[in-house]
Design a binder for this molecule. Structure first.
Ligand SMILES: Cc1cc2nc3c(=O)[nH]c(=O)nc-3n(C[C@H](O)[C@H](O)[C@H](O)COP(=O)(O)OP(=O)(O)OC[C@H]3O[C@@H](n4cnc5c(N)ncnc54)[C@H](O)[C@@H]3O)c2cc1C
Length: 385
C-alpha cells in the first residue's frame, strides 16, 4: 500500500500553506488550539471560501469544487495544524452540506448549498437534550404538524454556536405515537424565528461557545424538513459518520504539541529518557491516527460511508489528544496551574486550558463508550446487550 499523497494533493497542501502564511487571521488568534470550536471568524471563512476551500467535494453547479474527500482532508489538516479560525463554516461544510446533498429537496439544495460554500451562513446542531444525549432516540422536542407548518416546542442543550448561527439543524419528534427511532425528523429552523430563546453555558475554561436553546411554539414551513418525515433517525446515522470522521478529532491540540516540544527542548526536559518515551509514543500516535483518518476519507471518496472505521478513528484520536494534554501537564510541572493571565504561566496558559478542555474530546460527537459499542457490535459482530 502506498501511503504517500499524489502530486496534486501535495500541491494543494502547499497552496493552503501559502494562503495561511499570508492571512492576518492566524497571527491574531489569542491561542491557536481548537480552531473549529473557538475560532469563530466569518471574514476568515469567507476568504477561505473564495479560495475554494469550503464545500470542496460538492457539485460545481451548487458552488462546490468536485474535489475528493482526501483533498478536503488535506486542506482541513493544514488549517487546523496552523490554528486557523474555521468555526464559522465548520458545521455547514462538514455535515449540513452533505446531509442536504443526500436528503434535501431541490429548493434547499439550490439556495442553501451555494450559500454554505460561500461561507455566508452558519449552523448550529440541535440534537442533544437534557434527557437525550447518547440515546438520541429519547428526545422529547416536539414538531407538531399544523397544515403546511410544523410548530416546535422543547429544549436542546450543549448547542455549539447557538447564539451566532443563522439556522439550527434540529432533530425533533414528529410522530409521538411511533416507536422512538421511527417518529423523528430533521428540520432546519431559522434562529431568528419568533419563540426561540438561547441561553449560553459557560464551560470549564470560561468560554461559552455552546448554550441551551428553548423552542416555544416556533412555527416553520414544512419545506424546511430535510428528507422524509419520520425517517430522520436513519438519515442522521449517515450524518454522524461525517461528524466523527474528521482530522479535528486528532489535531485540535496540535499547535500546543508543536510549541510544547520546542519548550521541552529549550528547557532540557526533552532529555529525560522517561519523557522521551512518552513523547515518542504520542508522535507515533499522531502518525497512526492520521492514517486512520485518511483511510476514512479514502472510503468516502470511493462512495462508502465507513461506520465502524469512523468510530475506531474517533476513539483512538480523541484519546491521544487527552494523553497529549496530560503529558503537557507533566512536562511543564506545577506551573501549568498558573492562571493564563499570569506572566509566568507556561505557554501563555494554553497547556492549562488544554488539560481542562480535553475532557470534552471524548464526549462531543458521541462518547467513547458509545463508539466502543459501535466497534463491538458493527465492527466485531459481538451481540448487542
Ligand atoms: C464541547 C461539547 C460540544 C457539544 N456540542 C453539541 C452540539 O453542538 N449539538 C448537540 O446536539 N450536542 C452537543 N454536545 C453534546 C454531546 O453530543 C453529548 O454530551 C453526548 O452525546 C453525550 O450525551 P450526554 O452528555 O447526555 O451524556 P449521557 O448520554 O447521559 O452519558 C453519560 C455517560 O454514560 C455513558 N453511556 C450512556 N449510554 C451508554 C451505553 N449505552 N453504553 C455505555 N455507556 C453509556 C456515556 O458514555 C457517558 O460516559 C456537545 C458536547 C460537548 C462536550
Amino acid at each position: 500500500m502506498d501511503f504517500r499523497l499524489s502530486r496534486a494533493e501535495t500541491e494543494l497542501r502547499e497552496a493552503v500553506r501559502t494562503f495561511l502564511a499570508a492571512d492576518p487571521a492566524i497571527a491574531a488568534r489569542p491561542f491557536p488550539e481548537d480552531g473549529w470550536i473557538t475560532g469563530f471568524d466569518p471574514a476568515f471563512s469567507a476568504r477561505l471560501a473564495e479560495r475554494g476551500f469550503v464545500g470542496m467535494t460538492w457539485p460545481v453547479a451548487l458552488g462546490g469544487g468536485e474535489r475528493s474527500y482526501v483533498e478536503r482532508l488535506v486542506v482541513t489538516e493544514e488549517l487546523l495544524r496552523a490554528g486557523a479560525p474555521v468555526a464559522a463554516h465548520w458545521f455547514g461544510d462538514r455535515q449540513i452540506g452533505p446531509a442536504l446533498l443526500a436528503h434535501g429537496n431541490q429548493a434547499q439544495q439550490r439556495s442553501l448549498i451555494p450559500a454554505i460554500a460561500r461561507a455566508e451562513i452558519c449552523f448550529c446542531i440541535g440534537m442533544s437534550e437534557p434527557g437525550a444525549g447518547s440515546d438520541l432516540s429519547a428526545l422529547q422536542t416536539r414538531a407538531r404538524r399544523d397544515g403546511e407548518s410544523y410548530v416546535i416546542s422543547g429544549q436542546k442543550t450543549w448547542t455549539s454556536f447557538a447564539d451566532r448561527a443563522d439556522y439550527c439543524y434540529l432533530v425533533a419528534r414528529t410522530d409521538p405515537a411511533a416507536r422512538p427511532h421511527r417518529g423523528i425528523s430533521e428540520l432546519l429552523v431559522p434562529m431568528d424565528a419568533p419563540g426561540i430563546t438561547v441561553r449560553p453555558i459557560v464551560d470549564i475554561v470560561g468560554d461559552s461557545h455552546f448554550g441551551e436553546v428553548f423552542f416555544d411554539e416556533v412555527r416553520i414551513p414544512c419545506e424546511m424538513r430535510i428528507g422524509t418525515e419520520n425517517r430522520g433517525w436513519y438519515q442522521i446515522m449517515e450524518q454522524l459518520d461525517y461528524e466523527r470522521s474528521g482530522i479535528e478529532r486528532l489535531i485540535s491540540n496540535y499547535p500546543l504539541w508543536r510549541d510544547l516540544l520546542r519548550s521541552a527542548k529549550a528547557s532540557g526536559r526533552a532529555r529525560d529518557p522517561r519523557l522521551r518515551q512518552r513523547i515518542a509514543a504520542i508522535e507515533i500516535g499522531y502518525h497512526a491516527g492520521r492514517l486512520m483518518v485518511y483511510r476514512v476519507a479514502r472510503e468516502l471518496s470511493e462512495g462508502r460511508v465507513p461506520n465502524r472505521e469512523t468510530a475506531a478513528a474517533k476513539v483512538f484520536c480523541t484519546n491521544l489528544e487527552q494523553q497529549l494534554a496530560d503529558l503537557a501537564g507533566e512536562i511543564l510541572g506545577p506551573a501549568v496551574q498558573l492562571a493564563p493571565a499570569s506572566a509566568r504561566a507556561p505557554l501563555g496558559g494554553r497547556a492549562a486550558r488544554a488539560l481542562l478542555y480535553a475532557q470534552a474530546y471524548t464526549i462531543q460527537g458521541g462518547t467513547d463508550n458509545i463508539l466502543r459499542n459501535i466497534i463491538a457490535t458493527r465492527g466485531l459482530g459481538l451481540p448487542a446487550q
